[in-house]
Ligand binder design. Sequence first.
Ligand SMILES: C[S@@+](CC[C@H](N)C(=O)[O-])C[C@H]1O[C@@H](n2cnc3c(N)ncnc32)[C@H](O)[C@@H]1O
Length: 249
Amino acid sequence: MSERRRFAVLPRLGVTPPLHEVVRSSLEAAIARAEDGRAAGPDASPPLAVLDAGCGRVSALVPFRARIGRFVGADIHRPASGSLPHLDEFVEADLCREADAFAAGTFDVVLSSFTVEHFADPPSAFASIRGWLRPGGTLVLITVNRRHPFVAAYLGLPARPRGRLQRIVKATAADAHPLVGACNDPRALRMALEAAGFGAIRSTSVGHLARAWGRSLPGYLLGLAGDLLAQPYPSRRSTLVVSARAPLP
Ligand SMILES: C[S@@+](CC[C@H](N)C(=O)[O-])C[C@H]1O[C@@H](n2cnc3c(N)ncnc32)[C@H](O)[C@@H]1O
């Protein structure tokens, strides 16, 4: 069975909605909100600025490129030159430590996609991101959910076997980053975001294991079992999509 056919079966098995649809609609809402703010502001409002925080090499913001005036990516690792053509600017920074990487109020929207599980100090990263957002700006965050039993087992493995397993389920060894999972359940995430000063926190969850592990048939079947197991229990689905807003003054 091809990878495409495997994934096409998932909605029919009740593993819905797909993560990319939820992320896309969260980003659409965040960007539309920023555009509305611009339309109501003075004519000389600066163009829309977005940050992909922990950008890696792919970004869910790319489909919105035409609506973005300044597209910045930040990551602890510098990418190969020319590998991020969608960005206007790349900044090498440790988001947990470098609160001064950007000036306060720089961005309308920040995306942080599959990064929180790698952060050594999520509260500190959230506080920095909140400061980098303009008042009323939105953070969209995607991360794994420790309340899913497979995710908990995976994160609970000792570092060495976990690292080996991660290299098998990831597309490339370059995608296998150290995992911490310090803030990876819905409650911990909400509390950390509130403590960092975010409001209007909305959290949703999707089953994403079959898609994430589905490059090989055994990985797909294991992921599918995990997705079906958690599908009736939203707080236990594998993947969280959270949006949160920096407060207005
Ligand atoms: C699993 S990848 C996700 C990449 C991309 N956002 C995506 O959705 O495909 C995690 C990324 O977070 C970055 N990262 C991890 N810890 C970081 C930190 N403290 N500061 C900045 N980037 C970090 C890694 O270098 C890596 O590019």
